[in-house]
Write a new protein. Structure first.
Length: 102
């Protein structure tokens, strides 16, 4: 039986939006060795499943797809994001612990 990984994607570090983190994705593990191309020096492989990423709106849909297509799956738990409320005015508060450096 083939193995796949079901997880929620992480938020990118380059942007603050959370739009692409709502769906569950299925990734196929990379289990073959890479071969170096003689001419260009690029790494290549005969396994193209590493390039696939299937997206589902819920965890149950992803599990059902795996069961229908005979894939053994493991689920990576979702990491909850902690929200720390901040405001621009707190930079100039009188009770700041550190001095303002600008």
């Amino acid at each position: 039986m083939n193995k796949v990984l079901i997880k929620k994607p992480c938020k990118t570090n380059m942007q603050s939006g959370l739009n692409k983190t709502k769906n569950w994705i299925i990734e196929f593990p990379f289990d073959t060795t890479l071969k170096k191309d003689v001419l260009m020096g690029w790494n290549s492989s005969k396994n193209t499943k590493k390039q696939l990423s299937l997206s589902f709106s819920s965890l149950e849909l992803a599990k059902n797809w795996c069961n229908r297509n005979n894939y053994d799956y493991s689920i990576v738990d979702e990491i909850k994001r902690t929200f720390k409320p901040k405001s621009y005015a707190s930079n100039f508060a009188n009770n700041r612990r550190r001095s303002w450096t600008h």
